[in-house]
Design a protein around this ligand. Sequence first.
Ligand code: G3H
Length: 494
Amino acid sequence: LVSQNTYLVGGELKEWKGEMAEVYSTISSTEEYEPTLLGTVPNLTENEALEALNAAYRAYDKGQGLWPTMRVADRISCMEEFAEQMKTKRGEVVKLLMWEIGKSLPDSEKEFDRTVEYIYDTIEDYKQMDRDSAKFEKNSGVHAHIRRGPLGVVLCLGPYNYPLNETFALLIPALIMGNTTVFKPAKHGVLLLSPLMEAFQNSFPEGVVNIIYGRGRVLATPIMKTGKVDVLALIGNSKSANAIQANHPYKNRLRLVLGLEAKNPGIVLPDADLDLAINECITGSTSFNGQRCTALKVLYVHEHIVDKFNKRFAERVDALKFGNPWEDSVKLTPLPEPGKPAYIQELIDDATKKGAKIINKKGGETTDNYIYPAVLYPVSKEMRVYKEEQFGPVIPIVSFKNIQEPLDDMAESNYGQQVSVFGSEVKTLAPLIDTLVNLVCRVNLNSAAQRGPDVYPFTGRKDSAVATLSVHDALRSFSIRTFVASKDTAYNNA
Ligand code: G3H
């Protein structure tokens, strides 16, 4: 059992003597299915939330604090120190990733390693950025010394599906740019921070990173109401993002860095290499049980090949092994959210009532906190699964006659993150790509949708994102470009 009874505020790990919240895993440790108690975390109140905010506010000190004015090399040293200490906690964090959110062992290890790499890559990119670079405008004789500056206090709210990597994809660039932060982890994937609390405390000056535990709205609402938050950084859903930002009294001052919903389509054209398309659509729609914002959440398959595609795709889905995250070759694992199977069942029932069939043998079978991926066909517009972001194991397949059909759906959709398109005729693909790039922000040719490599921009149109993440872009999202204009050669040469 992990008993996390402290929270980090103003550089101090404060002991919490109030109510604790229990953290359960939906992985059973007994023969009879029974969720496992993994540990406890503080259930903090508005008082501690404001205490954390004030610590971050003081540390930033309206831009005059130690952290925002610190030399670049010194901020980098703090970040390197943190990464070094974090590396020593790999085993503990990976184990908690498996138990808390049911992520498979290889994927949990990958999440940890990718996060450490993200920190080092961010440091490298930061060293290269335009800070102090000079631009000379000949006609006016003015030199502009460009400097990227911080924005202020960042409220950072991470997601459950990548509780380490995506949270750090917000936190690390925000910090290195000189912002100070209040960070509240997601409900699932919260204990895995325990092994890292001391690394945070030891590596950064007081008040720069503040970590609080409890219910999102209870803590975020009073923080936002103060008007002292300069950036809301959140990965989650639009409903929460809208509700949280609505509390800020000065809307124009609030910068948003949001990663939200997506309904990424996979489009399989008649000339596609079917083996390749099926492989990629399996990875795209079933990795981590479909709980990725980048997952393929609806497959459009051309009517000439849909029967062949469906038969082979359904067999491949049924061959995926379900089990505990640490077992060999396991691809499907228990879902961390206790209510998820019931929601997926609702989508299946709605679609089957309206004419779709489950075309794979195991589709919809339930066991413990799991529901086996159901492949639904034919799916049509009036079904909920056609539009709703399922974020779980159900895969709708739609057949199309003309490519304009999926394009029109994408244009009408509230989302616009990515698309995967499968086809071999360059002549057909080239003009199609010209349209697709106007509908989403990443077009994957003959490959599954994904976020990585982390140096590439990660964003979306419409309700899918605000601002851009990535090793490179996040540094820009969490900063503002300022410059010193000078004709004074003494300054220019300084
Ligand atoms: O949930 C959204 C994540 O950003 C997905 O990342 O494509 O690397 O799995 P991934």
